[in-house]
Design a protein around this ligand. Structure first.
Ligand code: NAD
Ligand code: UD1
Length: 321
């Protein structure tokens, strides 16, 4: 039986990945400091180490005997990285280097541990040519994006100098069950969905014409699993994880109104500093190299997200995710 480490495994994406690994009979160990993740997201069948991913001793112990590591722990909020620059940097970049270093140390005693890590569409910034391909220029606008790009650069060092095979996944905007609907630092879909269900007004940052490439967590889990299978010795690979479909924030609100069967008011506030205007990815390189493509339509994926708000026990493995 394989055993895997997931950092940030009590979070939105990590806890679904843990379910998928358990469903195929594998063992799962998780490090999480429960800062945004929740203990109840994680199946009790997982081993949970409550600790900080920036603590080398904790990570070294957790890395012992595992077949691979998915590194997902981070402060996922772009806005938070503007407010708490150094604190987020410590987790989002130093934390990544710590994980790569622990994987290399394990390698010195035998085989280096492969690491699949969460990068982000934020590395592209406001790319002039859309959709962004993996060869597009990287010009992050925020501390969050800069630290994700830094993670990619250090992952390359890990592969080239230290023999740690890595795959970075540039997630675009992921949504689905277990994305926190109550935190203002959470993803826009979970915030809007809860507010519409509670008949509260939406706050749109700026004119709402900014757009995103929204992808279901059910699709993202398939990318994560395949990326580990295709992580290769000596290689530092990077792939977009996206649909290739563009939706503005106001359009998103209107689709949610339709699915919920009623509308709420839209209030406009100031645009967020560093908010990317248009984010759209090209899914082709991942489709070719990993053999995975997003298959959930926006509407079906939004229904799943809405179902997750009313049924917290919803487990995506029932959809084969
Ligand atoms: P999340 O906040 O639900 O999950 C992050 C997890 O990491 C949480 O469980 C949190 O408690 C944990 N964590 C944070 N700091 C930690 C620390 N110092 N030590 C240990 N654990 C810590 O967010 P998510 O949406 O599941 O994001 C997972 C990863 O994917 C993150 O790296 C994020 O940057 C990246 N990502 C997410 C999206 C998205 O749209 N959700 C898009 C691009 C990239
Ligand atoms: C999101 C992810 C980030 C990821 C990036 C990849 C979260 C919290 N953030 O950042 O981890 O790396 O995608 O593209 O998961 N908005 C409103 N009103 C709200 C909330 C948001 O108008 O109440 C707007 C924002 O200004 C932004 C858009 O919706 O223009 C998306 O915001 P958000 O969900 O926070 O995502 P990103 O900042 O794109």
């Amino acid at each position: 039986m394989a055993t895997w480490l997931i950092t940030g495994g009590c979070g939105f994406i990590g806890s679904h990945l843990a379910d998928a690994l358990l469903a195929r009979g594998d063992g799962v160990r998780v490090i999480d400091d429960l800062s945004t993740g929740k203990r109840e997201n994680l199946s009790p069948a997982c081993e949970l180490v409550v600790g900080d991913v920036t603590d080398p001793a904790t990570v070294a112990r957790a890395m012992e005997g595992v077949d691979g590591c998915w590194h997902l722990a981070a402060v996922a909020s772009v806005e938070r990285s503007t407010e708490a620059w150094i604190e987020c940097h410590r987790v989002n970049l130093t934390g990544t280097i710590g994980v790569l270093d622990a994987a290399r140390r394990a390698g010195a005693r035998g085989r280096a541990i492969p690491v699949v890590y969460a990068s982000s569409a934020a590395v592209y910034g406001d790319g002039p040519d859309l959709p962004s391909t993996e060869a597009s220029p990287t010009r992050p606008l925020t501390a969050y994006g800069a630290d994700k790009l830094g993670s990619e650069l250090h992952a390359r060092v890990a592969a080239r100098i230290h023999g740690v095979p890595t795959t970075g996944l540039r997630f675009f905007n992921v949504h689905g069950p277990r994305q926190d609907p109550f935190s203002p630092y959470s993803g826009v879909i979970s915030i809007f969905a809860r507010k519409i269900l509670d008949r509260q007004p939406l706050l749109i940052h700026g004119d709402g014409g900014q757009s995103r490439d929204f992808i279901s967590v059910a699709d993202v889990i398939r990318f994560l699993l395949r990326a580990m299978e295709r992580t290769r010795d000596g290689r530092a690979q990077i792939y977009n994880v996206c649909t290739g479909d563009k939706v503005t924030i106001v359009e998103l609100a209107r689709v949610l109104f339709r699915l919920c069967g009623h509308e709420v008011e839209m209030h406009h506030g100031a645009a967020r500093p560093g908010d990317i205007r248009d984010s759209l990815g090209d899914p082709e390189r991942a489709a070719e190299a990993l053999g995975v493509r997003a298959v959930w339509s926006l509407e079906r994926a939004l229904r799943l997200t809405l179902d997750g708000l009313t049924d917290p026990t919803l487990n995506l493995t029932r959809f084969g995710a």
